[in-house]
Design a protein around this ligand. Structure first.
Ligand SMILES: Nc1ncnc2c1ncn2[C@@H]1O[C@H](COP(=O)(O)OP(=O)(O)OP(=O)(O)O)[C@@H](O)[C@H]1O
Ligand SMILES: N[C@@H](CCO)C(=O)O
Length: 353
């Protein structure tokens, strides 16, 4: 029997102007405590048993069926791409999850990253993190969350331009990569492998004084819904506005001591936040009244990922900042929890238990 722990940090995507590009891994970790027995078990479906410990205060029930649970389903996807139909050994996975689901802290990307690491470990596949990123991108199609959770830190990401045949492979419907159990996940079907080198990332510096306050409202905004409210096309002026700020953001957040005015400016966005305000009561007011001029200690503020969490970057007065944002949400009868987080520089780790 061997046992190990996979630790994967959550993430905040976009950081204002970097829609689908920039991500920040944060110090709230999904943990998989895994034990493997050398022989496959005839008692366990797919040789896998899941237990789940919710520390996130989410109301959604997470499935313990290895064919349905996102983490084990992703691990099975990886294994099946390598001709392993089920978990190759008796695998017990105890999931400890403190990341609120569907709130903009990259819970799904974190689960996908933990899933590929699980498949890689139990299947002894020996794939590099760079190759695992390609597998993540077959499931979560934007690289900002998964690259941050996999590699850690403050990252800029991009996708390669693909050859026409690879574009066809990348656009295979998700249901064919991760078939629903009703479709018979174990029908002998071999899932499509990702093209080589789809996704890439670059780590940026992060000034050590800067902490991240996550204000987490008690309602869910599914990422799919938050993407559906975005327009198909943008004006040239709005695109240029975001490019100017995205170009500034890594330097602004990587410079010590931090310059609040530059950071506040560099975190402005016209590509996603204005459209998502319809889903998040109070967002417009919060983004308008919380500035370094009105709130000492504050550097910048944005929607975290697809929301509804608000990410406030600050050097001090954390409680005061959180309290003001929570009070604004309260005027719309929305309650919140908040957490003081730091960048998780290590990314996903696997260590013996
Ligand atoms: N640990 C987990 N185990 C199983 N399923 C999970 C886990 N974490 C997230 N999920 C699935 O992912 C869904 C949330 O994904 P969604 O993309 O909507 O939000 P998010 O990733 O939390 O936010 P964002 O992408 O904006 O940062 C959950 O409803 C759940 O189905
Ligand atoms: N970049 C993605 C992140 C979702 O977590 C979005 O904003 O839709």
């Amino acid at each position: 029997m061997t046992s190990f722990v996979i630790r994967t940090p959550c993430s905040s995507a976009n950081i204002g102007p970097g829609f689908d590009v920039i991500g920040l891994a944060l110090s709230l970790h999904l943990e998989l405590h895994v034990t493997v027995d050398s022989k496959p078990s005839s008692d366990l479906p797919l040789n896998c048993a899941i237990t789940y410990e919710d520390q996130s205060k989410s109301t959604e029930q997470i499935s313990l069926d290895p064919e349905v649970n996102l983490i084990t389903r992703v691990a099975l996807y990886l294994l099946r791409c390598h001709d392993q139909r089920a978990f190759p050994v008796e695998t017990k996975v105890h999931i400890i999850n403190p990341i609120p689901l569907g709130r903009g802290l990259g819970s799904s990307g974190t689960a996908v990253v933990a899933g590929v690491m699980l498949g890689n470990e139990v299947g002894k596949l020996g794939l590099s993190k760079e190759r695992l990123l390609d597998y993540c991108l077959m499931i979560e199609r934007h690289p900002d969350n998964v690259a941050a959770s996999l590699f850690g830190g403050f990252v800029g990401t991009y996708l390669n331009e693909l050859k026409p045949e690879d574009v066809a492979r990348k656009e295979i419907p998700l249901s064919e990569v991760l078939p629903a159990p009703a479709g018979g996940i174990d029908t002998g079907f071999t899932p499509p492998e990702p093209p080589l080198g789809i996704g890439h990332y670059r780590k940026f510096n992060w000034a050590p004084e800067i902490k991240a306050i996550a204000i987490i409202p008690d309602f869910v905004v599914p990422t799919a819904n938050a993407r559906n409210v975005l327009p198909e096309n943008y004006s040239r002026a709005d695109v240029v506005f975001n490019l100017q700020r995205a170009a500034l953001l890594p330097a602004a957040l990587g410079t010590s001591p931090p310059d609040p005015d530059m950071i506040f400016l560099a975190m402005q966005d016209k590509v996603h936040q204005p459209y998502r305000k319809t889903l998040i009561p109070g967002l417009t007011e919060i983004l308008q009244f919380m500035t370094p001029a009105t709130q000492p200690g504050l550097l910048g503020i944005c929607l975290s990922g697809a929301g509804p969490t608000i990410l406030a970057l600050a050097t001090d007065r954390f409680t005061e900042i959180a309290d003001r944002i929570i009070a604004q949400f309260a005027t719309n009868n929305i309650t919140c929890q908040w957490k003081l987080l730091e960048p998780a520089h290590a990314g996903t780790t696997v260590s013996p238990n």
